[in-house]
Design a protein around this ligand. Structure first.
Ligand code: SF4
Ligand code: SF4
Length: 409
C-alpha cells in the first residue's frame, strides 16, 4: 500500500516503523476472516484491514475522531490477524503506534481516564493488587459481575522445591499471578526440578505489558527496565535461562529487545533478557530425556483435557500445538476445540474496558472448549484462566499444573 506520512511522524522511529508495516499490507482482507471483532460486529472498521486503513489515515494527517479511537479500542490486540496475513504485516506493532497517536489527539473523558489510571496503578503493583484482591474476596457477593469475575477464590501456594541441582533457571513472578494463583509458578518449579534444574524465584513486579497496552508506553517501558535489572542480576548469579509461565507476560518479555532498541542504557540488557527467555514447552522438549524419565516414574491417568491456547502464545509467540503435544506425550487426551484461533475475550484489561464484547467471546470460547466433554480445561495465561474459570462448568488450570500432577510432584 502506498503511504505519505505527515510531517509530525514521518521521520520518527515510530513513523518509519509504521511506514514499513503499512507498505507491506496489500489490503487483501484475508485477515478479516479470523478477526474476532469483525466476526461479531460485521463492520469493516472493526476488522484489521479497516483498522490499518484508519491508522494510515491518522498518520497521514487526517482528522482523528472518537469513532477512530473506539474502533481501535475494540481491537483485542489478539494478533490473530498476524497469523493469517500472507504478507507478514505486523499489525500488533502498528496498532500500538496508532493508538499512541490517537490517544494524544483525542483526549478521553474524565471517567475513562480514571478507570485507565486505576488499572495502571493497581495491576502492575503486586502488593497493592494482592491487598485489593483480598478486600474483593471479602466483599465479592456485593461486586458487579465484571469485577466479581476478576476476583477468583484463593488457591494454595503449593510447595517450592529446595535448590538441589547445579543447573538453575529463573521463574519470574509477575504482577497479578502471584496473588491470584501462586500455585502455578510453584508447579512450574516442581516440574523443572523433576527434570534436573532448580528454579530460582525472581519477583520482577510487572513486566510492563499492562501499562504499555493501556497506551502508557513510556511508563510501561520504565516498569520493564526494573524487571530487566532484576532478571539480569539473576542471570549474573548463574541462572541459565528465564521462564515466565504466563504467556501474556512472556510475549512482552520476548519483545523487550525490540521496545528498548533505541535506549543505549538498556539495549544490551534487554537483548540479553529476551535471548534468555525460554518457554516451558521449549524447555521440556529440549530436556526430553529427563522429561521422559520423570514421566516414567509416575503412572499416566488418562483424562480428557480441552486446551485453550492464549493469543499471546499462539499468535504473539507463534507457539502453536506444543502444549497439546506435551500433554499427549504425558498421557492426557486433548479434545478438539473449534475456532481455537479465536480470543477468549480476556485480553489484558479488555474484559473490564469492553465487557459486552468480552462476555460474548467468553461464552463462545467456553462452548467450544466444553463441547468435547473434557474433565478439565487447561490454558497458559493467568488472564485467560481467571476469565474462563469465572463461568466454566469444569476446573480451569494452567497446563503446567496438570503436568506437575502427572509427574506426582
Ligand atoms: S494485513 Fe495482511 S491479510 Fe490483512 S489486508 Fe493487509 S495484507 Fe491482507
Ligand atoms: S488484533 Fe485481533 S481484534 Fe485486533 S484487528 Fe487483529 S484479529 Fe482483530
Amino acid at each position: 500500500m502506498q503511504t505519505n506520512l505527515a510531517d509530525f511522524i514521518r521521520d520518527t522511529p515510530q513513523g518509519q516503523e509504521a511506514d514499513r508495516i503499512l507498505r507491506a499490507c496489500v489490503h487483501c482482507g484475508f485477515c478479516n476472516a479470523t478477526c474476532p471483532t469483525y466476526q461479531l460486529l460485521g463492520d469493516e472498521l472493526d476488522g484489521p484491514r479497516g483498522r490499518i486503513y484508519q491508522i494510515k489515515s491518522v498518520l497521514e494527517g487526517a482528522a482523528v475522531t472518537t469513532e477512530t479511537r473506539d474502533h481501535l479500542d475494540r481491537c483485542l490486540t489478539c494478533r490473530s490477524c498476524e497469523s493469517t496475513c500472507p504478507s507478514g504485516v505486523q499489525y500488533g506493532r502498528l496498532v500500538d503506534i496508532g493508538r499512541e497517536v490517537v490517544e494524544a489527539k483525542v483526549p478521553r473523558s474524565a471517567p475513562q481516564r480514571l478507570i485507565r489510571w486505576a488499572l495502571r496503578l493497581v495491576l502492575p503493583k503486586p502488593a497493592l493488587f494482592g491487598f485489593l484482591l483480598g478486600l474483593g474476596r471479602l466483599f465479592r457477593p456485593l461486586l458487579p459481575k465484571v469485577l466479581k469475575d476478576a476476583v477468583p477464590p484463593p488457591r494454595p501456594a503449593g510447595s517450592w522445591p529446595a535448590a538441589r541441582h547445579a543447573r538453575r533457571i529463573v521463574i519470574a513472578g509477575g504482577c497479578v499471578q502471584p496473588s491470584i494463583a501462586p500455585d502455578i509458578d510453584s508447579a512450574a518449579a516442581r516440574v523443572v526440578d523433576a527434570i534436573g534444574i532448580s528454579a530460582v524465584p525472581v519477583a520482577i513486579g510487572c513486566c510492563g505489558a499492562v501499562a504499555y497496552h493501556l497506551n502508557a508506553q513510556a511508563y510501561g517501558l520504565d516498569t520493564a527496565r526494573i524487571a530487566i535489572d532484576r532478571l539480569c542480576a539473576a542471570l549474573d548469579a548463574g541462572a541459565e535461562g528465564i521462564v515466565v509461565s504466563a504467556s501474556g507476560c512472556a510475549s512482552f518479555v520476548a519483545e523487550y529487545a525490540h521496545h528498548l532498541h533505541g535506549d543505549p542504557a538498556y539495549r544490551a540488557k534487554a537483548e540479553r533478557v529476551t535471548a534468555a527467555l525460554i518457554d516451558l514447552t521449549t524447555l521440556l522438549t529440549r530436556e526430553a530425556a529427563a522429561f521422559d524419565a520423570a514421566l516414567a516414574r509416575s503412572p499416566a491417568k488418562p483424562e480428557a483435557i480441552a486446551f485453550h491456547s492464549p493469543c499471546t502464545l499462539q499468535h504473539g509467540m507463534k507457539n502453536k500445538g506444543q502444549v497439546e503435544r506435551l500433554l499427549t506425550v504425558a498421557g492426557f487426551r486433548t479434545t478438539v476445540v473449534a475456532d481455537s484461533h479465536l480470543c477468549c475475550g480476556s485480553a489484558g484489561t479488555y474484559s473490564i474496558l469492553q465487557p459486552q464484547l468480552s462476555a460474548t467471546l467468553k461464552a463462545n470460547k467456553l462452548a467450544a472448549l466444553e463441547a468435547g466433554q473434557p474433565s478439565r480445561i487447561a490454558t497458559a495465561n493467568i488472564g485467560c484462566l481467571t476469565h474462563l474459570a469465572s463461568d466454566a462448568k469444569r476446573p480451569v488450570e494452567h497446563w503446567i499444573e496438570l503436568m506437575a500432577e502427572r509427574l506426582g510432584v
